[in-house]
Design a protein around this ligand. Structure first.
Ligand code: FMN
Length: 187
């Protein structure tokens, strides 16, 4: 079974986090594109959509295809998930199950409605999100949190996501035999 990361990113921060998670899990990344938020007036339209609670048209590139589970991601805008990600989640019934969520935001603090947004689209069992501040995403310290989240995804997906690499398992030495190393090092 395959799992895919689908991310919206206006300025590249959440995309970078998605790529780090992809590096830990082997999951391929698709992007949510939002034509209305591109170009010179795009940011104005993005702010307007966020303030008015509108969700714009989107496309996913490359398409979700045969993925059987999703990790979705995007930035916080005005305390909520950015509208293009909300648009994707509004179609959750037609999507593979969402098993993980990654979010970036510029500021720490209360007043975020991320969990509430997730519950409204995904129900009471919405996965807990990995939330990083924008400046944390490129830092080496973030690696542990991304790795922990990758581990939790692996547990959630097992045995569904066969595309997630597993830690190498060294064969147990056979009982009663001492491993022999030849002098020429050929084992
Ligand atoms: C329209 C808009 C609204 C935003 N609102 C918030 C906010 O409420 N809280 C916050 O911490 N950051 C806010 N930010 C900052 C982004 O969440 C942050 O820079 C994020 O890491 C950007 O991710 P991206 O590069 O993937 O788009 C906002 C950014 C934009 C463009």
């Amino acid at each position: 079974m395959t799992a895919r990361i689908v991310v919206y990113s206006l300025t590249g921060v959440t995309r970078r986090l998605a790529q780090r998670l992809s590096g830990e899990t082997g999951m391929p990344v698709s992007e949510i594109r939002c034509p209305a938020h591109a170009g010179p007036l795009g940011l104005l339209r993005a702010v307007r959509d966020a303030i008015l609670g509108r969700v714009p048209e989107i496309e996913v590139v490359p398409p979700i295809g045969a993925a059987e589970a999703l990790v979705v991601g995007g930035p916080a805008w005005f305390g909520r998930l950015a509208p293009p990600l909300r648009k994707l989640l509004s179609q959750a019934r037609r999507l593979p199950p969402v098993v993980g969520v990654i979010v970036t935001r510029a500021h720490a603090g209360s007043g975020y409605r991320i969990e509430r947004d997730l519950a409204s689209f995904l129900g009471a069992h919405a996965p807990g999100p990995l939330v990083l501040l924008s400046h944390e995403v490129g830092q080496p310290e973030a690696r542990g949190r991304v790795r922990d989240y990758a581990d939790s995804l692996r547990e959630r997906l097992t045995p569904r996501a066969a595309n997630l690499p597993r830690p190498p398992v060294s064969p147990a030495p056979r009982r009663g035999r001492v491993p022999v190393t030849r002098r020429d090092g050929s084992g």
